[in-house]
Design a protein around this ligand. Structure first.
Ligand SMILES: [Zn+2]
Length: 292
């Protein structure tokens, strides 16, 4: 996408709430999950933290590992009311009020994998709804007596071990399993992780380049099927891939993945339009653009 001038990224900050004491764990009581057809075992999705891209949170297992309690960094500011986002796509199997745990949502993510959220300030999804990763499911709160009036998210990842179409949560021996976010596991008794950054629904990074001419875009780096065009001048691209050799003034086998000015929404434009020869394409400040 050609850009007339450099966009500036605005980051909003919040500063509210005072520090509380230590969180108390322990969520008693079993809960009934919605009955569902037993599912086949399959690999867990790549879960992301259930918060907006770039937010930093502190994760604690206390004595209730593998469950996690989460508060926002720095200093828990903005924990209460922070938007809760689905960590992966799935179907909402529970959304209800629980006398001990307050507002509870549970999502089935395919296979036998589930996530469960307790003490929510409010719920914005209902049972049976399919949601994409990053969709808002509610907000962090302190509902239910086991939240001890302290805003935090109690989070569990579950695996339906007995394959009865639901998972139990909230007590030792429940079908909860070690949580992982963005491929990293967070588990073990009495553990704490600070400033864990959410990569949930982060927009792809943009690399700014300058095109020497308006370029034809293709549907893939190896295809000759046109996808539209990218206008001459300053543009952003997301990443590069190797493909067929293409000549403009010079030759390049590298292709830039970008949003287009005409035609399809996205497509591939030859790096030959950068007029820099055949090496790995670099952005406007000389940094090599990463592979897709
Ligand atoms: Zn907890």
């Amino acid at each position: 996408m050609r850009i007339p001038q450099l966009n500036r990224l605005l980051v909003a900050g919040t500063a509210t709430a005072a520090l509380g004491g230590g969180l108390v764990a322990a969520i008693p009581a079993t809960a009934t999950a919605a009955p569902a057809a037993p599912a086949e075992a399959q690999a867990a999705p790549k879960f992301q933290l259930p918060f907006a891209c770039g937010q930093k949170w502190q994760l604690n297992t206390w004595a209730h590992t593998p469950a996690l309690d989460m508060v926002k960094e720095p200093s828990q500011h903005g924990t209460e009311g922070a938007a809760l986002l689905a960590p992966a796509s799935g179907i909402v199997v529970s959304s209800y009020w629980h006398d001990n745990a307050g507002n509870v949502v549970q999502i089935r993510h395919g296979g036998r994998h589930y996530t469960t959220y307790l003490h929510m300030k409010y719920r914005s999804v209902s049972k049976g709804t399919w949601i994409a990763r990053g969709a808002k499911i509610g907000a962090v709160g302190k509902t239910g007596p086991t939240a001890n009036k302290h805003p935090h998210l109690h989070y569990e990842q579950g695996y339906d071990k007995n394959n009865n179409g639901s998972v139990t949560w909230g007590y030792g021996g429940a079908e909860r399993v070690a949580a992982s976010f963005n491929g990293k596991k967070y588990t073990g008794r009495g553990k704490e992780w600070d400033n864990v950054k959410s990569a949930n629904k982060c927009a792809p990074k943009k690399h700014y380049v300058s095109l020497k001419a308006t370029g034809t875009a293709y549907v893939s780096p190896t295809s000759k099927k046109s996808a539209g065009r990218l206008n001459k001048g300053r543009n952003y691209v997301f990443c590069v891939a190797s493909g067929r050799s293409f000549s403009y003034r010079g030759k390049s086998k590298y292709w830039l993945y970008t949003e287009l000015d005409a035609g399809l929404k996205t497509g591939w434009v030859s790096a030959a339009y950068l007029g820099k020869g055949g090496g790995r394409p670099k952005d406007a400040v000389g940094r090599v653009i990463p592979f897709c």
